[in-house]
Design a protein around this ligand. Structure first.
Ligand code: GAF
Length: 382
């Protein structure tokens, strides 16, 4: 966790509102494998990271509430009984959405002030949105003693995203951000919301992110379209979700769906199997197997699910050429953001040198390299 972030929100809170706030840190996430499986009731393998959102929050007796997004230099005053979504892309929707969803559960929130700031690069596919939502719901739960469980809080965050932000996301991001465990990744069953933690200690390998610096827009209808395509096919197959279908089941309706949607459903079924196999490979310490599943995931995301882009494909190809990256794929919703790479320890600099120049020459912009530390989930900072 970045101590400076915490200090910044605390200092500004005191400067603006003249009293000591409660401080919350809420992390972003990575995902080893299991992409676009969460809203199909499937398996995902995320972990919280040491980058995220710091929030300073306290009650207000001024008769209004205030939210201050330091990164955007943007401050808004609002009344709790007059909340409605603002235009697409407004950062306020994350805050308003969480409050509205708490109110929908008949819990009473009083006026408050919040100041927040983050260090997750925008559009990196590392879930700055879930980190923000979780920081707000967690902070309000602390402040007004709402008695919400962590599980209730993540569903509030998810609903805020659906109803105020307009993205019909699954539960992976909110779960990972809330329940993260230091040095662990979580194999989450998105149907039961039960996770198995795996200590991430690859001996000779590590995880490395490369950001394409291409910003995706999840609320771009592409995400929601894919979700409804999956749900329609599940309905045609008379199953609750694609998690319950096999490749053979899908083949029975091949002529009734478009070839594009057939490939998308096939991807989901295969990716769900890859996520399960990945957990087995981790249990057995079979990193080569894990790596090839990760490459397989990218192939599916790119060719079947169609959520990659040239920049992501380029970075994965370079990883394959390197000889020391044993698995690489795009991570998150897609259309930009980061690749996640399973790379031999000590080779990060070599890889950076291998990709940086050709990336700039090809796309006219730089990519950025981050190493990640796996961290605890949303918590109060003392
Ligand atoms: C985004 C969504 F928010 C998640 O729920 C998940 O579907 C992911 O894309 C793709 O795996 O991060």
């Amino acid at each position: 966790m970045n101590e400076q972030l915490i200090k910044d929100v605390k200092d500004i809170y005191i400067e603006e509102f003249g009293e000591d706030p409660i401080l919350i840190f809420s992390p972003g996430r990575i995902n080893i494998i299991g992409e676009h499986t969460d809203y199909n009731d499937g398996f995902v393998f995320p972990a919280a990271v040491d980058k995220g959102i710091a929030a300073a929050i306290q009650k207000s007796d001024s008769g209004v509430s205030t939210a201050y997004a330091l990164d955007m230099h943007s401050k808004v005053e609002f009344e709790l009984d007059k909340l409605k979504p603002l235009k697409e892309g407004s950062w306020e929707n994350y805050v308003f959405g969480v409050i509205a969803e708490i109110q929908n559960r008949n819990k009473v929130v009083g006026n408050f002030n919040i100041v927040f700031k983050g260090d997750i690069p925008g559009g990196a596919g590392m879930s700055s949105s879930a980190a923000l939502e979780n920081s707000v719901v967690y902070g309000l739960n602390e402040l007004f003693k709402l008695g919400l469980t962590k599980e209730e809080m993540i569903f509030i965050s998810q609903k805020a995203e659906h109803n105020y932000v307009g993205v019909n996301c699954g539960i992976m991001d909110q779960y990972a951000s809330m329940f993260g465990i230091k040095d662990h990744a979580l194999l989450l069953d998105c149907r039961t919301i039960k996770a198995k933690p795996f200590k991430i200690d690859f001996e000779n390998h590590e995880l490395l992110l490369i950001n394409t610096n291409v910003k995706h827009s999840l609320s771009d209808s592409a995400y929601n379209d894919r979700r409804s395509a999956c749900e329609n096919i599940a309905k045609m197959l008379k199953v609750t979700a694609l998690r319950d279908a096999t490749e053979d089941d899908l083949a029975t309706i091949k002529n009734e769906v478009t070839p594009e949607n057939y490939q998308k459903a096939l991807y989901v079924i295969q990716e769900n199997n890859r996520a399960r196999q990945a957990s087995k490979a981790m249990e057995e310490g079979d990193l080569d197997k894990l790596g090839s599943l990760i490459y397989g995931s990218h192939e599916g995301l790119s060719k079947q699910y169609n959520v990659s882009c040239e920049e992501l494909d380029f970075l994965v190809e370079k990883a394959q050429e390197s000889g020391y990256v044993i698995g690489a794929r795009m991570m998150g919703g897609g259309f930009g953001g980061c690749t996640i790479n399973l790379i031999e320890k000590g080779k990060a600099k070599d890889f950076e040198n291998l990709v940086s120049r050709p990336y700039r020459d090809t796309f006219g912009k730089d990519c950025s390299v981050y190493s990640v530390a796996l961290s605890d989930g949303t918590h109060v900072v003392n």
